[in-house]
Design a protein around this ligand. Sequence first.
Ligand SMILES: Nc1ncnc2c1ncn2[C@@H]1O[C@H](COP(=O)(O)OP(=O)(O)OP(=O)(O)O)[C@@H](O)[C@H]1O
Length: 545
Amino acid sequence: MTNCNIGAALHESAAARPDALALVTGKNGQYEQWTFRELLETSCRYANALQGQGVERGQRVMFMVRPSLDFIALTFALFQLGAVVILIDPGMGYRNLLRCIGAVKPEALIGIPAAQLFSRLFPKPFKTVRRRVCVGPSFGLGGSTLAAACKRVSADFSPAVTTEDELAAVIFTTGSTGPPKGVQYTHGIFFNQLKLIRDYYGIGSGDIDQPGFPLFGLFAAALGAAAVIPDMDPTRPAQVNPAKFVRSMLDWQVTYSFGSPAIWNVVSRHCIAAGITLPVKKVLMAGAPVSGELISRVQQIMPEGGTIYTPYGATESLPSVSITGEEILRETWPKTRIGQGACVGRPLPGMSVQIIRPVNGPLAEWSDAQQLPVGRIGEIVVKGPVVTRAYDGNEAETRLAKVRDGSGFWHRMGDVGYVDEQGRLWFCGRKAHRVLTAAGPMHTICCEAIFNEHPQVLRSALVGVGKAGAQKPVLIVELKEKVPDERRLFNELRQLAADNSLTASIKTFLIHPGFPVDIRHNAKIFREKLAAWAEEQYPFTPASR
Ligand SMILES: Nc1ncnc2c1ncn2[C@@H]1O[C@H](COP(=O)(O)OP(=O)(O)OP(=O)(O)O)[C@@H](O)[C@H]1O
């Protein structure tokens, strides 16, 4: 039997190609690099050191370390031990951060000095912590340092033989429709994700990854690919310094990269202006709809034969559905532009997608769900080997999101969309973002597309004001640059609305100076915040009405 512990995958990568490049970090062209043998030895040393500090199988470990050698080696050390790694985006804001930490009841804290200090300043959610290991100088705050714990430990470690259902990690959702939720990742889920990424996207040994999301650096090592950690703040992808991002890609001849569309927006503009073609053969972008315009820009900076993918999924189920940029440009983007939604492609092998009639409360059994035919918009549900079973310590959210089906279950994505006659899924927006008018629901992605066609509009957001079921739609635009004549713009937007049956009922338009977006991707529009902002604008000015 193979050990499905993701920590065992690093042993396999090191056994297959011990001297191959595994990891690169660095700044401004000054790099440090490690082979698979070195990465494995570091990870095993850390596993022994952590064990010496009392970290053990099943223990919940709050892990707060920036993307680096230590991030990768320690995460693998924890997987090898069979401990449960708690991963939280530090940029999610204090209140959410403290709430999420308290909810997972961490028993150990492994973190950089800033994280240890944070836990002393806000001790309440950390009250369950019994062990601390400081990654860096501890200044008396963080228990033992990792360096001290590593003295005289062996570089051999046998990874725990874990079962498929054994908890490996808790990873938080982005929190774009409410507080972030902790998703339980079992070793089996990671194992199946690796298999899908390897087989479907053809990623493996010999590849060089530059991960835009830190977690994907782990997948690279487990797949036998090298990871080049970009010199960027992962909590601010839209602020990536494109020159640095591009430099390491060129220096290491990176072959694939998975990141938010916000990164690729900045990087593609930079490369086009500088006349740079990147070596990447595969670019994966996800987290929010990707425009045809961005796809063609990224295509321009890739070599002949390169492929863009825009996988669709969620923290609870990744990847679920996929399409290439080529198919989007050739076939689906013209339909997106006229309000038919964003095509996200076909289910990956082993994954199933269904559309059901939207329901507000829980759906206990699959027989309670009403499946909708081809072309009808409803709730998107998915089933398959990468779909997670539960939220951590949150039975109520689990009940709302999972539907039992025999021995399996479906996950409700919290999105709305439809399946076309070719079996492709079209994303029409978040379920919670639907504008519920007296005449029926209006879908954000479909309606906004009509206004995104306006040459002065950077992006738009449809929100509802008033009570659900009697909401009034309000269309908010963010402009590429300030316009001299707002009245004229409003007239043009009104005309666009009137010309399309989807949007004819929209009578109110507002200009917002800069949309609030999520911290992980900097691409998901926080429509809840915009809806509250729109409410505050009452009574609307005559120009916007
Ligand atoms: N390729 C894609 N195209 C369009 N939207 C996408 C794509 N990939 C992901 N998404 C959106 O991202 C969502 C998943 O995001 P994630 O798991 O990061 O957290 P979240 O759902 O935003 O957070 P929360 O559940 O806390 O509100 C999907 O449900 C979908 O709305």
